[in-house]
Design a protein around this ligand. Structure first.
Ligand SMILES: [Fe+2]
Length: 291
């Protein structure tokens, strides 16, 4: 009897780690890391015309800095990663929602200033940036050094690569005026240099921006739905019409037109299940060396 019990205990002990593995795996799905840095890569030919040298872009979105201390701490992590990893420029795609308390607002703006001292920072606005402090928010961001593009485009040279950076106003807030900063696809000069597009809501691309000349678009807004149905790419809570665009990462929307979608740095109402917040380091390769 005693030897039988000992044998059972031995079998039980050896099975425990095997039984624990699926439990740990299920827990990882239910409680994944709440914030991740994603690395994405595009070939030189993904730009039109093709990139003349390598480019490294930090893309961060949806900070929601008025949603408590966690939001400001996440921005601090983004700035620290920018300092450690480096990038040629940063693009921020809206929903800053700067804090209302003066001390926390100053702290958030100082972090954005620090990012601007590390690299050129371009940004567009999101739907949460059109509240009562709309004008003050614009002025504060610009004072911090953020080059805000609201239906505006600028030409810049980064790593000897000429780029056009265009940013549009928010789609939900009826401030989208792409005709002010983008050219039609049919205009040959529009393709004289690659155009990077900053647009908060990716729905706007499919509904309003397909006919314009741009080569890589950067968006957020969907927050990865803050909940992803396990084993699927379905985001039932994502506030967008085209649910597939809620998937964080790269989406080829048309030949030569790629969307880089971020799940956002912050949260709305603080819930994230199986859909971590993120910031993205996008590398665009230089041309292949001739042999
Ligand atoms: Fe947002």
């Amino acid at each position: 009897m005693r030897s039988c019990l000992t044998r059972c205990q031995c079998i039980g002990r050896s099975l425990c780690p095997l039984l624990a593995l699926p439990v740990i795996w299920l827990l990882r799905i239910a409680w994944p890391p709440s914030f991740v840095f994603r690395t994405e890569r595009l070939a030189a030919g993904a730009l039109r015309p093709a990139a003349s040298g390598p480019l490294r872009i930090l893309h961060a979105s949806d900070f929601h800095l008025n949603q408590g201390r966690l939001a400001v701490n996440r921005l601090r992590r983004v700035v620290a990663a920018a300092r450690e990893r480096g990038a040629d420029l940063a693009v921020l795609t809206g929903d800053f929602e700067l804090p209302t308390p003066a001390a926390r607002r100053a702290e958030a703006l100082e972090l954005l200033s620090e990012l601007c001292r590390l690299m050129p920072v371009y940004a567009c606005l999101g739907n949460h940036d059109y509240k009562v402090d709309h004008q003050e928010l614009i002025s504060d961001l610009r004072q911090a050094g953020v080059r805000l593009l609201v239906n505006e485009a600028v030409t810049v040279t980064v790593n000897s690569q000429e780029l056009r950076l265009a940013g549009v106003g928010d789609f939900w807030k009826s401030d989208l005026a792409p005709e002010k900063c983008l050219s039609s696809k049919d205009v040959a000069e529009a393709w004289s240099m690659p155009t990077l597009l900053l647009v908060h809501n990716p729905d706007a691309i499919l509904l309003r921006l397909r006919k314009y000349a741009w080569t890589v678009a950067f968006s957020g807004h969907a927050h990865g739905g803050q909940f992803r149905m396990p084993f699927t790419n379905w985001y039932p809570l994502a506030p967008i019409r085209h649910n597939r665009l809620a998937r964080p990462g790269l989406h080829e929307l048309a030949p030569g037109q790629t969307l880089c979608e971020s799940a956002g740095v912050g949260n709305f109402l603080g819930i994230r299940i199986n859909s971590p917040a993120d910031a993205v380091f996008l590398s665009i390769d230089g041309p292949k060396p001739m042999h």
